[in-house]
Design a protein around this ligand. Structure first.
Ligand code: MN3
Length: 208
């Protein structure tokens, strides 16, 4: 996430088929090589004539998008968000054999807020199902460092609202349509098998 203009796609840290049978190889190829690539290309194109933003990270672009010139504001929000959200999503997933467990620090935060792991999962699933159209469900920490579940539309990002991202579930249809068709709930159930809770715990720690 330390990248700045010109942004580059990074290879997945596992094979395209590594998340089978929960997320299929073809979805992963299209999602990473085409959908994410398009956000990267569009963000680079938008920033190409704005040198004042070319050393900004994705996080800086997203947090400050409200103050940008009107003619690029929507493009930056959609495409910096699109790049950040997908880097975040692809990096929090792992094949079963590469997954690490949740840290005790995160377990404490989770139990304080949701009572149990299942309590948190249920709330995330409910939120993911509640997104109308395209968007994300997120686990974030709020300004007091407390875990919360929120949703965003399109490629919006909670950083813009002063929240710190811990986990996201991409519920755009491109994330699941080839395998799960229109059944978002089945995708979400499958998705929970490919989350690396070790990585999520790292995100939680970085939120401070
Ligand atoms: Mn996506």
């Amino acid at each position: 996430m330390k990248q700045h203009y010109p942004f580059k796609n990074m290879p997945l840290p596992y094979g395209y088929g590594g998340l089978e049978p929960y997320i299929d190889e073809k979805t992963m190829m299209l999602h990473h090589d085409r959908h994410l690539q398009t956000y990267i290309d569009n963000l680079n194109k938008t920033l190409s004539s704005y040198p004042q933003y070319q050393d900004w990270t994705l996080e800086e672009l997203i947090k400050n998008v409200g103050g940008m010139p009107y003619e690029i504001r929507d493009n930056v929000r959609n495409n910096a968000g699109g790049v950040y959200n997908h880097f975040f999503y692809f990096d929090e997933m792992r094949p079963k054999q590469m997954q690490k467990p949740m840290t005790s620090e995160m377990e404490t935060g989770m139990k304080d807020r949701f009572g149990s792991f299942d309590g948190m999962k249920d709330e995330l699933k409910k939120a993911a199902l509640s997104v109308f159209g395209s968007g994300y469900a997120w686990l974030v920490t709020d300004r007091n460092g407390v875990l919360q579940v929120v949703t965003t539309k399109n490629q919006d990002n909670p950083l813009e609202s002063g929240l710190c991202p811990v986990l996201n579930i991409d519920v755009w249809e491109h994330a699941y349509y080839l395998k799960h068709y229109n059944v978002r709930a089945a995708y979400i159930d499958d998705w929970f098998n490919v989350v690396d809770w070790g990585k999520i715990s790292e995100n939680y720690r970085n939120c401070g």
